[in-house]
Design a protein around this ligand. Structure first.
Ligand SMILES: Nc1nc2c(ncn2[C@@H]2O[C@H](COP(=O)(O)OP(=O)(O)OP(=O)(O)O)[C@@H](O)[C@H]2O)c(=O)[nH]1
Length: 384
């Protein structure tokens, strides 16, 4: 049943999405709503005294036809024409109906509110144009009130029908006000969602290395500070790792910068594959250097993990012809860990832990590359 009702306001929505779809649906719904709202008045004019109300009845027939014409107009994808037709039709109807039956039945207030709601159909108007349109509709309403007071009506409506019509108009105004409120809410909701989405997108962008898709130095800083603060609060262990591609300059010289970029991407894929679970984090530290943050990973586990990492990269067998016919790309890795119990408040910080991993990396390079060297936060170097 609901599906059948929905098809009534579906003309023109096929193939459209999002804001445009909602805009077309609303336009169709308003056309149908105004037709339905005018119908009881038409029944009254017809059955009560057709001879007296023939003028307003016939005009209303034209207005109803025009309201319904928004369905084919939207179907033809003339969406702006459909919206404009609705606004103009309701404004003219406001004037004509008030001319015939006066302001007592409250119809001018109804069409005034209606025109207000329709303005929402124009999504891309400038603020000044919105204000001008609203002011024009307001002025029209005041003019109708002034020109056609109840006592000057051409074909006045007798009591108690006048009161019934007034109640109908008020019900219509309340319904339209509900629609207006709903539209406001939806617009605010949409703006909020867009803002949240854009903020998240910008934050992701500012934390991501564009070449490899890994985190960047900013993401590393944030993760390190967070994990360090956690370690200072509660028992646990934290490991940082620095990983540097060996003889990458020779690789670049021989395979070109683009080849170098592809090599870095392949290495990043290995890191990503091995550290898929947060809070472990792999970032591109800069150039051909990567860094890892491994919360909850102790020295022993870190050494095993880094050895697997080193050997996985070697097993990629990316040729480094700059270093000889059969040479392949390798990495040197420096590891440093610390525990909650070893921290000295006020003197230690996360940067020192990273520096310690860098010292371990330096030793791995000095010892001949393609190896893992571990340094405890305060202790001596050990080879894995
Ligand atoms: N393709 C590419 N190369 C880069 C990028 N960033 C830095 N490099 C290159 O990485 C190379 C780093 O060279 P070095 O710092 O001398 O180190 P290395 O040749 O790897 O020698 P060791 O680290 O001592 O083994 C330089 O040639 C840089 O141009 C990048 O984003 N893409």
């Amino acid at each position: 049943m609901i599906e059948v009702i929905k098809t009534c306001w579906s003309p023109g929505t096929k193939g459209t999405q999002g804001a445009l779809r909602r805009q077309i649906e609303l336009c169709n719904q308003l056309g149908l709503f105004c037709t339905a709202a005018t119908t009881p008045y038409q029944l009254f004019y017809y059955f009560y005294d057709f001879a007296a109300y023939r003028g307003v009845f016939l005009f209303n027939l034209v207005f109803i036809t025009v309201y319904l014409s928004v369905l084919p107009l939207n179907h033809l994808r003339w969406h702006t024409t459909a919206s404009t037709t609705l606004v103009l039709n309701s404004c003219i109807q406001l004037f004509v109906v008030t001319f015939f039956i006066g302001t007592g039945a409250g119809v001018s207030l109804f069409y005034f509110t209606f025109a207000f709601v329709i303005i929402f159909l124009y999504q891309n108007l400038r603020r000044r144009t919105y204000v001008a349109l609203l002011a024009a509709i307001g002025l029209l309403y005041l003019m109708a009130q002034f020109l056609f007071p109840a006592e000057a009506a051409r074909t006045p409506v007798p009591s108690p029908w006048l009161e019934a019509m007034y109640a109908g108009s008020v019900a219509g105004v309340l319904t339209l006000s509900g629609v207006l409120l709903h539209l406001f809410h939806r617009a605010i909701d949409r703006a909020e969602k867009e803002l949240t989405f854009n903020n998240r997108y910008l934050e992701d962008l500012s934390n991501t290395d564009p070449l490899t898709g890994l985190g960047n130095r900013r993401a590393l800083g944030e993760a390190l500070n967070r994990e360090w603060a956690r370690l200072a609060r509660q028992s646990g262990v934290l490991t940082t790792v620095m990983c540097d591609v060996d003889h990458f300059k020779r690789f670049n010289d021989h395979h070109g910068h683009d080849g170098g970029d592809r090599c870095l991407q392949q290495i990043a894929d290995v890191l990503r594959g091995m550290l898929s679970q947060p809070p472990a984090l792999a970032v591109r530290y800069g150039g051909e250097e990567f860094a890892l943050v491994l919360p909850g990973t102790d020295a022993q586990q870190a050494r095993i993990l880094c050895e697997r990492l080193r050997s996985a990269i070697e097993r990629l067998r990316i040729p480094n012809r700059g270093m000889g016919e059969h040479a392949v790309v390798t990495v040197s890795i420096g590891v440093a860990s610390t525990e909650h119990a070893d921290l000295r408040p006020h003197t230690d910080d996360s940067k020192r832990l990273l520096k310690r991993a860098d010292e371990a990396l330096y030793q791995a390079k000095a010892n001949g590359r393609n190896q893992v060297v571990y340094l405890s936060y305060q202790g001596l170097a050990k080879q894995a």
